[in-house]
Design a protein. Structure first.
Length: 59
């Protein structure tokens, strides 16, 4: 158990949590927007599908 704890503290060391100087930080917001668009499209489909099915009779 103590070996695992020491491994975990190694993962949380300053060298592991600070990004290198050449890291492109714009990847994070672009990826998060892409993920939210995917999730939002499924949510929007689930919201708009029942009324459209009632009105037009198709899925």
């Amino acid at each position: 158990m103590t070996a695992r704890i020491s491994e975990m503290t190694g993962l949380l060391s300053k060298e592991h949590i600070i990004a290198p100087a050449d890291y492109n930080r714009w990847r994070v917001p672009v990826a998060s927007v892409a993920i939210h668009l995917c999730i939002g499209s499924v949510y929007a489909w689930s919201i708009y599908n029942p009324p459209l099915t009632r009105i037009h009779g198709v899925v």
